[in-house]
Design a protein around this ligand. Structure first.
Ligand code: 7RM
Length: 650
């Protein structure tokens, strides 16, 4: 099998701003020192980070117990996540963070709450006591099915306080998807809300819980937050209101001393086929990983307002809305609703209003805003911003440039952070003030992380060719397994190469050792023997000013083996004509070469995406080949997109 060919030639470079570098938490010297230590002895390196960033009740006896593919980090150590996110901030530095905002929250209708560390601590202790009163014990799984409201963070932290692993099911999932997850994780308790706000209306959550529970027997308690005040039915003996339970709960609750490997949460991620996988994360290693990366990569200072736009039901929300920021004592902002409600400038209005300094979002959102027009961000004062981040997909160089200019005003370093639900925390990323960035590249490994690119035989791929992105050494935030399915865990991640984690992505490295993620390996197209990733063809399409978004897939072809089909959303003002199709095919040929030119272009208003914004190419592939889709669609955001794409075929 030949290498994956790299066609995109990106030559722009952005050197760190010396003024930023001078103030950065990690400067050139620190990073060089960290890399040296980590290369020499990664275990010792991570142990130093665990000591520096985390408060332990009992120190560990052994840093790493590695029996591939099973890792145990900080063996024998005892700690508590909610203690690290709350209690220690009330005491450290003479209580300086006691009255600091832990969470700045804004609801979609415009209601707001600012919750200090002291107040968050009280609420978490109260809810931990509520959970105990409801009979929840250490090890019991709790499913959270909630909107983006502070009670979600409170419930998470309360679970960690008593050692009950949580499993958050994203509020956009259907009753069926919820039931599957409740059953798989074996939860007895569900925490939900009447509903949440989205696009100006209340969407129901409790109703979906009722429907899910008709099909499963395990759950005996449902706790309901009142958010939208929509009508809900409360089942006697099972359903309880959050506010009733909290009224008399005591605000004192000691944090359980938990083993470093105690399960912290299970988060389901969709497989391309079959049922979703429950990714298991545990306590000490995960918290070390997310806290260390958060402080260094986002250069967080005590005065910063940090905003990660991810929903908490996604791993980015777990690690970089809640656990990383709170363990670091930062102010983390949460917004309940959609980015464009009530107007296309809602996010920019929020940045201006709250003086956001650090902003972390996804390429899909950036492309949406490019399409909506620069006038919306330009209406607002974004001068508080000093650092921008990207996560979730490869960021197309043109989207990167727009982010840099229109949002960052050429004044903010961009950290493009590559990682996965399975990795727990960020793995490949720029470090602000230190690493020269290149639009479209996630740049270099975080110290102590050991990614490489292999060919199919497990040899290091020779640049400029691309191959399979693997991780050669265990890392503290790594998944500990798939809930209840060790066999699948081994097959899925550890079967391709011995004792080496395969993440499913394709990538290549340039002469400076920078990593360029090329998309999922399953999406790679074999055109007349040339293996081409999706990212570069899509980037070539998006670099045309008439294109807002593009997704490419392969469909079987008698002559070339596979032919490229491009699904393209034109920008406002661009007409979807045959002439424009020709223009685009010519544009791709010119940008990256004739081998990558689409055989067919289909215009569409929207692409099928997951709720976290990833394009579901698997579904587009079926549409392009004219076959019925099978496999899991529970993560699809909007089913009507599929229907209209299918309709286009006739
Ligand atoms: C954090 C998250 C993981 C997959 C991963 C990649 C893609 C994520 C980037 C990226 C290129 C990035 N977790 N991905 N970040 N690709 N550059 N900076 O997204 O489990 O939901 O998805 O997302 O394919 O394997 S996830």
């Amino acid at each position: 099998m030949p290498d994956i060919e790299s066609l995109l030639k990106e030559t722009r470079r952005f050197k760190p701003d010396p003024a930023f570098a001078r103030e950065a938490n990690w400067n050139k010297k620190t990073v060089a020192e960290h890399r040296k230590q980590a290369d020499k002895n990664p275990e010792k390196y991570w142990a130093a980070r665990a000591k520096e960033n985390i408060t332990w009740f009992t120190p560990w006896k052994k840093v790493l117990d590695w029996k591939p593919p099973f890792a145990k980090w900080f063996v024998g150590g005892k700690l508590n996540v909610s203690y690290n996110c709350l209690d220690r901030h009330l005491e450290e530095d003479g209580g300086a963070r006691r009255n600091k905002a832990a969470i700045i929250w804004e609801g979609e209708p415009g209601d707001t709450r600012v919750i200090t560390y002291a107040e968050l601590h009280r609420e978490v202790c109260k809810f931990a006591n509520v959970l105990k009163t409801q009979g929840i014990k250490k090890g019991d799984r709790v499913v959270l099915y909630m909107p983006m409201i502070p009670e979600l963070a409170i419930a998470m932290l309360a679970c960690t306080r008593i050692g009950a692993p949580h499993s958050i099911v994203f509020g956009g999932f259907s009753a069926d998807a919820l039931r599957d997850r409740i059953d798989d994780v074996g939860a007895k308790t569900v925490i939900t809300a009447d509903g949440g706000f989205r696009k100006g209306a209340g969407f129901p959550l409790k109703q979906a819980v009722d429907d899910a529970l008709k099909m499963t027997k395990a759950v005996d308690t449902v706790i309901v937050v009142e958010r939208t005040k929509q009508d809900v039915k409360m089942k006697k003996g099972r359903d309880l209101w959050w506010h009733d339970l909290m009224k008399d709960a005591s605000p004192k609750c000691a944090a359980a001393k938990l083993d470093s490997e105690h399960p912290l949460f299970i988060l389901y991620t969709s497989g391309s086929t079959g049922k979703p996988k429950g990714i298991l994360h545990t306590t000490g290693g995960y918290l070390t990983h997310v806290t260390t990366t958060f402080k260094a990569i986002f250069d967080i200072k005590d005065s910063d307002v940090y905003w990660c736009t991810a929903d908490i039901g996604w791993i980015t929300g777990h690690s970089y809305v809640v656990y990383g920021p709170l363990a670091a004592g930062a102010t983390t902002m949460m917004y309940e609703g959609v980015p464009v409600h009530p107007g296309p400038d809602r996010w920019w209005e929020l940045i201006e209003k709250w003086g956001v300094n650090i902003f972390y979002t996804a390429p899909t959102a950036i492309r949406t805003f490019i399409r909506l027009g620069d006038e919306h961000p330009n209406k607002h004062d974004l001068s508080s911003l000093r650092l921008l981040g990207s996560v979730g997909e490869p960021i197309n160089p043109e989207a990167w440039m727009w982010y840099h200019k229109v949002i960052g005003k050429k004044n903010c370093p961009i950290v493009d952070t590559w990682w996965q639900t399975e990795t727990g925390g960020i793995m490949i990323t720029s470090l602000p003030g230190v690493v020269t960035t290149k639009p479209g590249s996630a740049t270099l490994p975080f110290p102590g992380i050991d990614p490489e690119i292999y060919d199919e035989e497990g040899n290091v791929a020779k640049p400029p060719g691309g191959g399979l992105l693997v991780l050669r050494k265990p890392w503290p935030g790594m998944l500990r397994g798939i809930w209840g399915d060790n066999k699948r865990f081994k097959e899925q991640y550890w079967s391709r190469f011995e004792d080496t984690y395969f993440c499913g992505d394709g990538a290549h490295r340039d002469k400076d050792g920078y990593f360029w993620i090329m998309g999922r390996i399953d999406d790679v197209m074999n055109i007349s023997g040339h293996r081409i990733g999706t990212m570069e063809v899509e980037s070539a399409l998006v670099s045309h000013k008439g294109v807002a978004e593009a997704a490419v897939v392969g469909r079987p072809d008698d002559i070339t083996g596979t032919a490229i089909v491009a699904f393209v959303s034109p920008r406002g003002g661009t007409k979807a004509t045959d002439a424009f199709k020709k223009t685009l095919i010519g544009h791709v040929s010119k940008e990256i070469g004739a081998i990558a030119r689409p055989a067919e272009i289909r215009f569409t208003d929207a692409l099928p995406k997951t709720r976290s914004g990833k394009i579901m190419r698997r579904l587009l592939r079926d549409i392009a080949s004219g076959v019925e889709s099978t496999g899991d669609t529970s993560t699809l955001e909007d089913f009507s997109v599929l229907a209209s794409l299918r309709g286009d075929e006739d």
